[in-house]
Design a protein around this ligand. Structure first.
Ligand code: PFF
Ligand code: NA
Length: 445
């Protein structure tokens, strides 16, 4: 009735592939090891898994429910069921998306560049120090990483332009299992490295004395980042899930797959770190410096490297499109701008926002504020602060304000699930996120 006919995911498998495609990305293979590495290894993993278990499922369900019930983008969804103030929460989500994709695209560009380096056999015969130098000189080169960044953003825009689902659902269905397969091969190989024991100990042994406010805040932020929560991605993707599909099945499968990929990436990277004498707290370059070391050790490593970075780029693309889609859907549905124009303009603005972040990785340390580069600030602002804030609001909204009959319909009258979510969304999620944010920001302690 008066609703525009919207394109949605074709079926449940397609929905899971696309949503897992959004979740599984650079967050698992690039960001997880680097976060764990700089936040005490096992201590980080422990808190992260707790966050996923108690918050991930509930917040994802809240976003799905909101999106599918509203059949809108995040701003439209809040606007449909809430008052004007709630729409502001939607706008905040959009701003987070802008900043998030601009820095996500930079790493996406690194992944593309590494396909190129693999093809040209640039890792061959290099020591671990030399591989580190290849990385740092590349990201510091100014124009070069910008070129790859713009290429990555252009690819993201092209996929979104070509109408989303058909291409992306299909691509995700094929690529995701392949990525999974390669990571398993790499993980098995990594277990035979001399540093395996030490690496696994670093990743899995929990030293409780290392659990600080910063570790908890980072783990909380990362649990939202890795599941694509807190900025409307799961609202818009939820709105594309077919009426008859059970939301809880989709959420569970996506969460399990995402967590597995992150842990597998850790099993590849940490043994290698200790084998090749790399600093686990080495920051954003960690995966890009460590993985080539592993490829050099493997028979057929030349081909595996190409395949791996190609899959990583694709995994990054299936995530970046989900961020761009949040914004494009907003302009199309709320501002009546046509899809093509919305995509092009958004992408161009986004590229501009990302340029200073990419340039801030220069070796002369220009564009550094308060000890962090603009790049690190973007990462921190979105991945650590804003996503939990978005998650906090969506929990409060669905837990306290959304009409119970709407929730009942979306959950197909599953009483147990309704009780569970009502408790977690009303109390657990808002209280936990609030306390962690306040603590982490040093307002209390
Ligand atoms: N979940 C993605 C990853 O782990 O790489 C990143 C991401 C996508 C974050 C979409 C947020 C988002 F809305
Ligand atoms: Na992820």
């Amino acid at each position: 009735m008066g609703e525009i006919k919207r394109e949605g995911f074709a079926n449940k498998i397609g929905a899971i592939a696309a949503i897992a495609g959004s979740a599984i990305g650079l967050g698992n293979i690039w960001r997880f090891p680097y976060m764990a590495g700089s936040n005490g290894g096992g201590a980080f993993l422990f808190v992260y898994l707790i966050c996923i278990a108690i918050l991930g499922f509930s917040v994802m369900m809240a976003e799905f429910i909101l999106g599918r019930a509203a059949q809108r983008n995040v701003v439209g969804a809040y606007g449909k069921f809430g008052n004007k103030n709630w729409k502001i929460v939607g706008y905040i989500a959009n701003i987070t998306g802008f900043v998030l994709l601009s820095f996500y695209g930079i790493i996406g560009g690194w992944a593309l560049k590494y396909i190129y380096l693999s093809i040209t056999n640039s890792f061959s015969g290099k020591t671990s120090t030399q591989l580190g130098a290849i990385f740092s000189s590349f990201i510091g080169k100014g124009m070069q990483p910008l070129f790859w960044y713009i290429l990555f953003m252009a690819l993201t825009a092209i996929i979104i332009l070509s109408g989303v689902q058909k291409g992306i659902e299909k691509a995700s269905e094929i690529m995701m299992p392949l990525l999974f397969g390669i990571i398993i091969i790499l993980a098995v190989r990594a277990l035979f490295l001399p540093g395996a024991k030490e690496g696994l100990k670093f990743l899995f042994a929990v030293d409780f004395s290392k659990i600080t406010g910063k570790v908890i805040l980072s783990a909380l932020g990362h649990s939202f980042f890795t599941l694509s929560l807190g900025m409307g991605t799961m609202v818009i993707y939820g709105s594309y899930i077919k009426e008859k599909t059970k939301l809880e099945n989709v959420a569970l499968q996506v969460i399990i797959a995402d967590t597995l990929v992150a842990i597998l990436a850790g099993i590849v990277i940490f043994p290698a770190i200790f084998t090749f004498g790399i600093n686990p707290a080495g920051g954003p370059g960690l995966a890009f410096i460590t993985l080539p070391n592993v490829f050099l050790k493997i028979t057929g490593g030349y081909f595996i490297a190409i395949l791996f970075f190609a899959l990583l780029s694709i995994a990054a693309l299936t995530s970046s499109i989900s961020i761009l889609e949040v914004l494009v859907a907003y302009f199309v549905e709320e501002k009546n701008i046509d899809r093509k124009k919305a995509t092009i303009v958004t992408t161009i603005v986004m590229i501009m926002v990302g340029i200073p972040a990419s340039l801030s990785l220069n070796p002369s340390r220009h564009l550094i504020f308060g000890g962090k580069s603009i790049f690190d600030w973007f990462d921190f602002f979105t991945g650590t602060l804003m996503l939990p804030v978005g998650g906090l609001f969506v929990s409060i909204f669905v837990g306290w304000f959304l009409d119970k009959n709407i929730i009942k319909k979306e959950l197909k009258d599953n009483q147990l699930l309704m009780k569970f979510l009502s408790f977690t969304l009303k109390f657990i999620a808002p209280i936990t996120v609030f306390i962690v944010l306040i603590n982490g920001l040093g307002i209390i302690k």
